[in-house]
Structure formats: structure tokens, C-alpha cells
Design a protein around this ligand. Structure first.
Ligand SMILES: NC(=O)c1ccc[n+]([C@@H]2O[C@H](COP(=O)([O-])OP(=O)(O)OC[C@H]3O[C@@H](n4cnc5c(N)ncnc54)[C@H](O)[C@@H]3O)[C@@H](O)[C@H]2O)c1
Length: 468
């Protein structure tokens, strides 16, 4: 449900001949004068191969965007999943659309927790690995990609706890030291309207930022609400397939759903909040058919973040059928206000206003983005490939981790009923999926159901130093 369908702005890649021509290589070889074409491997050396690890909705979308960049030839050459049918569906979708550029024979299709190793072993230095599994596996995959000298695109969030956040920051330094390029799927940063708004806010168009508000309130979506484990597949694989229900896998709906607003609003402020306090609860414990919900999420959250200078940021989230839907983000300053995401996680137009209530009359600026750049999911890949092709410094992991820590700190504040600082969250010892790098298909899940099929839930005020 949350997967981004492939964009209809996807650009077809140039043919090899067009590519050689556009890069000047064709003329330089004298091919136009009838001189022999360069060896095929000359063009092949230009081809960036990608490995897709996590072949679900977003992974299929991200691979499609990677294959649609106009920066030079790209081929999908390895795929990994823990479910064969997910891999097959993704392969069929991509093959249908991209044909020869999907070159993943059976011996490059890997099923299982160690599939990432086989896939990355089959790549050459300078190729790209895509991580679109649930977040719990990010550090494991990132560590191996760095070892293999691969560039990376990884989806958000990238961590849900302190130990893996610290680990990811260390890995990020290692990636930079090896000059690897790292993209993180916080696509707001590549939305042209939000980039321009960011500049305008920094230039003081709405004065000093005093307050920000993010709302993601809608009905239950994705796998945030779950009924009892049906007994197959294994409890571990079932939890993975319903990852929004489990804090170890995804950080739950708070981390997975709210990180976009949290990230782009903090970006507007050019900083990260130092602490959070919050509340939330689970009003409905049963599905409409009377079956209990057994997941670990609250169905509503209200978190107040505070920045060093006292600026407040309120993040409100709700998954309730029938309650008023609100899904947007606003920034308030001393001279006016701005609409960041007009709807959804990032969608424009963004605008700035002279008052604190946006009207047509008090509008200072409204964004206009050319259609070719209106898809931030494509932009983020164009930007990453541009950095790879032209060897520009490019590492989004630091802000990817910081946004994940800030998100986790709000979630933990609501789940424990305590004030949580950024440092508390980053240095917290609770690792939600310890030993994940050694998992096999037979491993037990990191949380197990009680006799009623329910998993441990947060109990603010009763469990104060851990979320469960
Ligand atoms: N940036 C965005 O707007 C956006 C949108 C959707 C999803 N996402 C992110 O992308 C990630 C995936 O989300 P999705 O909606 O595609 O979920 P999904 O369930 O559709 O896909 C995840 C895939 O990973 C596979 N998988 C799980 N563990 C694996 C492992 N260890 N090795 C190999 N494969 C494994 C699953 O079987 C599944 O096919 C999440 O982190 C999510 O937050 C980001």
C-alpha cells in the first residue's frame, strides 16, 4: 500500500548508440567515419549494475527508477528476497517494463537471509546495491556493501534503536572513507518544491521559525495492524511480511509513516530537536470482526519535539477509520508561515504566506516544478547516479540516521511516557533485533506471542526505560 508505483515520468534510457553519441564517445572513436566501433566492453564498462535486495513494492519502484535515470546505462543484475513469490512478481514487473536492462538469470536470483551476500559477491566495485527490506536489516547489508566497494541506495527509516544507529553512523564514516556514494530514500530532500522552500525559509522569507506541525492521520494502512499469526509461514517470516506491526522490524507505524514529515520539517529548521515528549494510546484493541489486534503500535500519537532554541515541532499521527483525515506539514515563522507538504508525505505545491493562516491573498510564493522534475523518487536516483558517474561526494546516511534517531525518540517518548533526549535515544542500549546478521530461516523471531497470540505492547508510565 505504501509502495510507490513506478512513475509515469520514468524516462526511457538511451540506446547504446545514443548514449555514445550524447557523451561524445561515438564521434571520438571515429565510428561515424566508418572506423570500427570500440570493443563492447568499452560500453559495458560504462554500465552500472544494480542488485535489488528486498523485492517488494518499494524495491520494485526503486529498481525501476534506477533503470530510468538518463545518466548512462544501468542494468539490474541480481535480486534477493526471503519470499520467492515476491521476487518473481518483482522480476516479472520489471522485465515487462525494462526488457534487456533486466538481466537476472536464475543463478542471480537468491532466496534467504544470506542472499544479500551472494548478490553482492556477484557485483563489481562501483555497482549499486538497493536495500528495500524492512529497516532491521539495513546495517547488515550496508556493512557488506562497504566491504565489497558498492554504492548504496537504502530506503528509510534506516534504524529504530540506539545500538544500530550508532553502528550505522560508524558505517557511514567507513563508506565516505572509501568514497562510496550513499542515497537514502528520504525523497522530500529531492522534491524540487521543498528544496526551493528550504532556500526561502533559510533566506528569512517567513522570519525565524518558531513552530512546525506535521500531520499524518488516516485509516489503518499497510501492515500496521495485525491479527494473530496464522501458523504459517514461520513466525519470523510472518513478522517480516507484516513489518509495520513490529517495532524490531520497522520502528512500527510511528517510524515508518512519520519520518518523512519529521525529516523535512527538521530540514526546514536546519537542525534536529534535542528532546521529545509525547503521548498516544490504543483505543481499539479489536478488529471490527472482534478478533484482537496483536501488533505493537498505538493507533494515535501526539509528540512535541523541542529544538535547542526552544522552537517546537508537533507531530500528530493517527490510524483510525472514520476520524478526520489530515495529512500535511506546515512551518510557522515570525513573519509568516509556509506550507511544506500540501498533501501526503511531500506533495506540493509548497507556498509561503505573510500571515499565520494561508490564504490566496496573503500568498508570497507558490512552487512550480517542471513536469520532468516533479517526481522526487526519480530525482533522488538521478542525483545519486550523477554523483556516481561524476565522482561527486555523496553520502546521505548521516542525515538518514539522524532523522531515524529523531523519529525513534518521539516514538519512545510516546511509548514510555517519558521525556527522551536525542542523546538518550542514540545511546540507548536496547537493541531490538540482536544477532540479526546471523539469522537463518529457522531462527526464532525477536518477539514471541503470548498464549493469546499477542505481542508485548508499550505501557507508558509502567515500562519507562524500554518500549516493551
Ligand atoms: N520512501 C518512501 O516513500 C517509501 C515508500 C514505501 C516503502 N518505503 C520503505 O521501503 C522499505 C520496504 O517497504 P515496502 O513497502 O516495499 O515493503 P514490502 O513488504 O512490499 O517489501 C519488502 C520486501 O523485502 C523482503 N525482505 C524482507 N526481509 C528480507 C531480507 N532479510 N532479505 C531479503 N529480502 C527481504 C520482503 O519479503 C519483501 O518482499 C521499508 O523500509 C519502507 O519504509 C519507503
Amino acid at each position: 500500500m505504501l509502495g510507490k508505483p513506478m512513475s509515469n515520468t520514468d524516462q526511457p534510457l538511451p540506446t547504446r548508440r545514443q548514449f555514445l553519441k550524447s557523451t561524445g564517445a561515438l564521434a571520438a572513436t571515429g565510428a561515424l567515419a566508418g572506423v570500427t566501433l570500440p570493443h563492447v566492453h568499452a560500453a559495458e564498462n560504462n554500465t552500472v549494475e544494480i542488485a535489488l535486495i528486498g523485492c517488494g513494492g518499494r524495491g520494485t519502484g526503486a529498481a525501476g527508477q534506477a533503470l530510468s535515470t538518463s545518466k548512462g546505462p544501468v542494468t539490474l543484475s541480481a535480486m534477493v528476497d526471503v519470499f520467492e513469490d515476491r521476487l518473481n512478481n518483482s522480476y516479472d514487473t520489471l522485465k515487462k517494463k525494462f526488457n534487456d536492462r533486466v538481466d537476472v538469470p536464475k543463478d542471480k536470483q537468491f532466496i534467504g537471509f544470506d542472499g544479500y551476500k551472494h548478490a553482492m559477491d556477484s557485483m563489481k566495485k562501483g555497482d549499486v546495491a538497493i536495500f528495500t527490506t524492512p529497516l532491521a536489516f539495513r546495517w547488515v547489508h550496508f556493512q557488506y556493501a562497504i566491504q565489497k566497494g558498492l554504492h548504496v541506495f537504502m530506503e528509510k527509516p534506516v534504524t529504530a534503536d540506539g545500538p544500530t544507529s550508532r553502528r550505522m553512523l560508524e558505517l557511514s564514516d567507513q563508506a565516505s572513507a572509501k568514497n562510496l556514494k550513499v542515497g537514502v530514500g528520504l525523497m522530500s530532500r529531492h522534491a524540487r518544491h521543498l528544496q526551493e522552500l528550504h532556500k526561502r525559509v533559510q533566506d528569512g522569507e517567513i522570519g525565524d521559525v518558531l513552530l512546525m506541525r506535521g500531520y499524518r492521520m488516516h485509516g489503518p494502512v499497510a501492515s500496521a495492524f495485525s491479527k494473530r499469526w496464522p501458523g504459517k509461514p514461520s513466525e519470523l517470516l510472518w513478522q517480516i511480511s507484516r513489518f509495520h506491526s513490529f517495532l524490531w522490524a520497522s520502528g512500527g507505524c510511528y517510524s515508518d509513516f512519520y519520518i518523512h514529515h519529521i525529516d523535512h520539517l527538521c530540514w526546514m529548521k536546519n537542525g534536529w530537536p534535542v528532546k521529545a515528549q509525547g503521548l498516544g494510546g490504543r483505543h481499539y484493541r479489536n478488529a471490527p470482526d472482534g478478533e484482537p489486534w496483536i501488533d505493537q503500535n498505538f493507533d494515535s500519537y501526539a509528540v512535541e519535539y523541542t529544538f535547542e532554541d526552544g522552537t517546537k515541532f508537533y507531530m500528530n499521527g493517527r490510524c483510525n477509520t472514520g476520524a478526520a483525515p489530515m495529512y500535511y506539514s506546515h512551518v510557522h515563522g515570525t513573519k509568516g508561515m509556509a506550507i511544506a507538504a500540501k498533501t501526503g508525505d511531500y506533495s506540493g505545491p509548497s507556498s509561503t504566506h505573510t500571515g499565520q493562516r494561508p490564504t490566496r491573498e496573503n500568498t508570497l510564493w507558490q512552487s512550480k516544478v517542471p513536469p520532468a522534475e516533479n517526481d522526487p523518487y526519480q530525482n533522488e536516483w538521478n542525483d545519486l547516479m550523477e554523483a556516481i558517474r561524476n565522482d561527486k561526494p555523496y553520502n546521505e546516511a548521516p542525515f538518514g540516521v539522524q532523522a531515524s534517531v529523531v523519529t525513534s525518540m518521539g516514538r519512545m517518548a510516546a511509548h514510555t511516557g517519558q521525556e527522551i533526549t536525542y542523546d538518550d535515544m542514540l545511546n540507548h542500549p536496547h537493541e531490538l533485533a540482536p544477532g540479526i546478521d546471523k539469522w537463518t530461516m529457522d531462527s526464532p523471531p525477536p518477539v514471541v506471542a503470548d498464549a493469546n497470540g499477542k505481542y508485548p505492547v508499550p505501557m507508558p508510565g509502567m515500562k519507562n526505560d524500554r518500549e516493551y
